[in-house]
Design a protein around this ligand. Sequence first.
Ligand code: UDP
Ligand code: MG
Length: 320
Amino acid sequence: MKDAKTLYIVVPCYKEEEVLPETSKRLKAKMESLLEQGKISDKSRVMFVNDGSKDRTWEIIEQLHREEPEMFSGVNLARNRGHQNALLAGLMTAVNYADMVISMDADLQDDVDAVDGMVDAYHNGFDVVYGVRSSRQTDTFFKRFTAESFYKLMKGLGVDIVFNHADYRLMSKRALEGLSQFGEVNLFLRGIVPQIGYPWTTVEYERHERFAGESKYPLKKMLAFAFDGITSFSVKPMRLILVLGVVVFFISIVMLLWALLSKIAGATTAGWTSMIGSIWLIGGIQLLSLGVIGEYIGKIYSETKHRPRFIIERVLNKAE
Ligand code: UDP
Ligand code: MG
């Protein structure tokens, strides 16, 4: 097909020498079948991003590119920058060549066969296609519980994210160009992408076990990532301080009245009334002040992110 669209599959890799041979084989087969069906152009590529691995990951990528430059590309980061940054590096490189880009983990946990559904959705006019896990059967109870609680907490804090979606998704060129306008350093891609807009849909897939090697996301990194997600998108935790301040302030007034009444009734020792009154009053004022300061910090915080204020889909205008 002459006007077939170009697909790039971006795969961040950190110490993935054990899985890369298999991953590249499966992705190649997938690309070839899409090419045969005329769904993608022959300029399509699988782009591996080496996130500063100290093992043979980059050598393997180099070799893949050397042997099949029309199938495999590589991006080598100067050092380890973490999954989200590595992914962004790949996306921002691929956007220069591709009409659509799919991001996927290297460990084959994301079902490669979901790619077909994503590409079809793209051809049906969707700019963002989220891969959504249909079940978490292969996850441990602990991982499932913590992950699902996290999605719920995020929703509760007013952050717009897609339930059970990790970073397996397709984005069109214009959606990626929208993404490139987000200048933030604390990257939480699955929170940013819904903010871009454009028509979107989801494709369900089964999450598999890691093909080989072990998770590069131990609990510590997972918690840091979750905390990052919350603090990058929500100023609600800070607003809670303000709410607490108001509540404590009101309680302090009640306590003050109660302390005074007790004194009038003569049921107190000397000094107790002023002591209890000031403790509550000072506590309330402090929390309230912190909350007010927090509101300003929240504003400064969102200003410093320099997020785009809008992304225009199209303009209808007949100029003179
Ligand atoms: N990854 C990366 N840089 C890192 C950690 C991980 O590029 O610092 C990649 C890793 O190679 C994999 C993806 O991010 O392709 C997801 O990591 P992993 O599968 O270990 O996470 P899990 O699936 O256990 O959450
Ligand atoms: Mg994994």
